[in-house]
Design a binder for this molecule. Structure first.
Ligand SMILES: [Zn+2]
Length: 447
């Protein structure tokens, strides 16, 4: 049995009573949290394989990035001035390079994305894209916990829809990783826009049978509701509820244009959640902002996500908590309608809940997997600590993350990746990035 003792940290437990423990300690046994405590009960150093002094650090559950498309790091900086939450923006910035993508582009791109996520404290991410097998393999190599949703688009082609669902099912059946860190899901891109109602309800039936969830985009722009408003006089959420779509585990990204009726649909559903992508939403220029406070008041699980880094440009989930806090104040017209503790919950346990992993990760509690982050708060900007969560969110940065563990394995040690050097990952990526954009250019010239 491998035993590790981490001690002398401020513990942000994110347990049911949001305990913060000063001078806290945590014992890891075989990848799981065995015990936590604080103060005088501190265990002595004997009997441990590793003892880590975390004085001057916050120790908290690993961050959960509840919505991204890790391969799209190849487009970072190439969509400036475009709203990626509209069809027009997607068409102008993404469509052409996306058509030029091949499976070989995935490994270097996803490796760099995983490296950036791990180095800034993310231990679990939820990805939705094409090339799901290659993305799952790259995530497994990186060691992060990852829900990989197989991207399904039908685009009015019934045969293609059926084929894609069959492929997605084979992916889900075949991709569960031996260590359990990679979790395959279905990822229909968007209701009605490119997945019909019939296909979506079929996807839910199959997903329930296979025991997986569904991750998709909803209510990103006015066009998301256009078809159902014209056809049924209702929004997409309401129409989908009637069709039985909300009978599965549904995790919806963005959700900017949700009416009170839509919020009620999410609240009624047994396992529906929202991934609020605050900075991507703001950068898109949409006036609508995800109604996080009303959603939470209705009891809906709201997690946080970066979206792709062509939209928000960074994987830093501490920054994402800050932007979510800022935009909530602006939307509600009052100071901090979502407290810092609640924002931390959204980036950890609520993210875990959205992915059906709340019994496994998301808080520092005995029995859970040791997915942990230690953040150095001894440097500039971290004075005064009446509330550790506020300090983290409004004064902190993902760049202060010092150690990261997933299932007790230290993936980041002293700001360095342990499985593979960042410089090597970056060099691989840079070479692949050049080849990719040459290919995009060549395709453009050939057209
Ligand atoms: Zn997205």
């Amino acid at each position: 049995m491998v035993r590790q003792l981490l001690h002398s940290a401020t513990l942000l437990t994110v347990d049911d009573s949001d305990r913060v423990i000063d001078d806290g300690w945590l014992i890891i046994e075989d990848g799981r949290i065995a015990e936590i405590g604080g103060g005088t009960r501190k265990p002595g150093p004997s009997g441990f394989d590793e003892v880590i002094d975390l004085s001057g650090h916050l120790l908290m559950p690993g961050l959960v990035n509840a919505h991204t498309h890790s391969a799209m790091i190849l487009f970072r900086g190439h969509a400036e001035g475009q709203s990626l939450l509209t069809m027009e923006g997607w068409y102008n910035a993404i469509r052409e390079p996306e058509l030029a993508m091949i499976a070989e582009d995935m490994a270097p791109a996803v490796a760099l994305s995983c490296a950036e996520m791990a180095l800034s404290g993310t231990t679990t991410f939820c990805d939705q894209y094409f090339f799901a097998e290659e993305i799952a393999a790259a995530a497994a190599r990186a060691g992060l916990r990852a829900v990989i949703a197989y991207g399904i688009v039908q685009l009015g082609d019934e045969v293609r829809g059926t084929e894609e669902l069959a492929k997605a099912s084979a992916f889900v059946e075949g991709q569960r990783s031996a260590d359990g860190r990679v979790i395959p899901w279905f990822g229909p891109h968007a209701p009605y826009v490119d997945n019909s109602e019939a296909l979506l309800t079929e996807e839910v039936k199959v997903a329930n049978r296979l025991g997986c969830g569904i991750h998709l985009h909803m209510a990103c722009g006015p066009e998301d509701n256009e078809l159902t408003l014209a056809r049924y006089g209702t929004t997409a959420s309401v129409a989908l509820e009637k069709a039985g779509f909300f009978n599965g585990r549904i995790h919806a990204a963005h959700c900017l244009d949700l009416s009170a009726e839509d919020i009620a649909v999410f609240a009624r559903a047994e396992a529906a959640s929202v991934a609020h992508c605050a900075s991507a939403g703001l950068r898109s220029g949409r006036e609508a902002i995800c109604p996080v406070v009303p959603l939470r008041e209705a009891g809906v699980t709201v997690a946080l996500g970066t979206d792709n880094v062509a939209a928000n440009n960074a994987y830093d989930m501490i920054a994402e908590m800050r932007v979510a806090g800022l935009v909530a104040s602006h939307r509600e017209g009052r100071a901090q309608p979502i407290s810092s503790r609640e924002l931390v919950r959204m980036a950890t346990i609520e993210g875990a809940k959205a992915l059906g992993l709340e019994h496994e990760i998301g808080s520092l509690e005995a029995g859970k997997a040791a997915d942990l982050v230690a953040i150095d708060i001894s440097g500039p900007g971290y004075s005064n600590t009446p509330d550790a969560a506020t300090l983290l969110i409004y004064s902190g940065s993902g760049r202060d993350v010092r150690h990261v563990w997933v299932a007790g394995e230290r993936l980041v040690r002293d700001r360095r990746l342990t499985r593979r050097a960042f410089a090597e990952i970056r060099a691989d990526y840079d070479a692949s990035y050049r080849i990719f954009w040459q290919r995009v250019q060549a395709a453009k010239e050939a057209a």
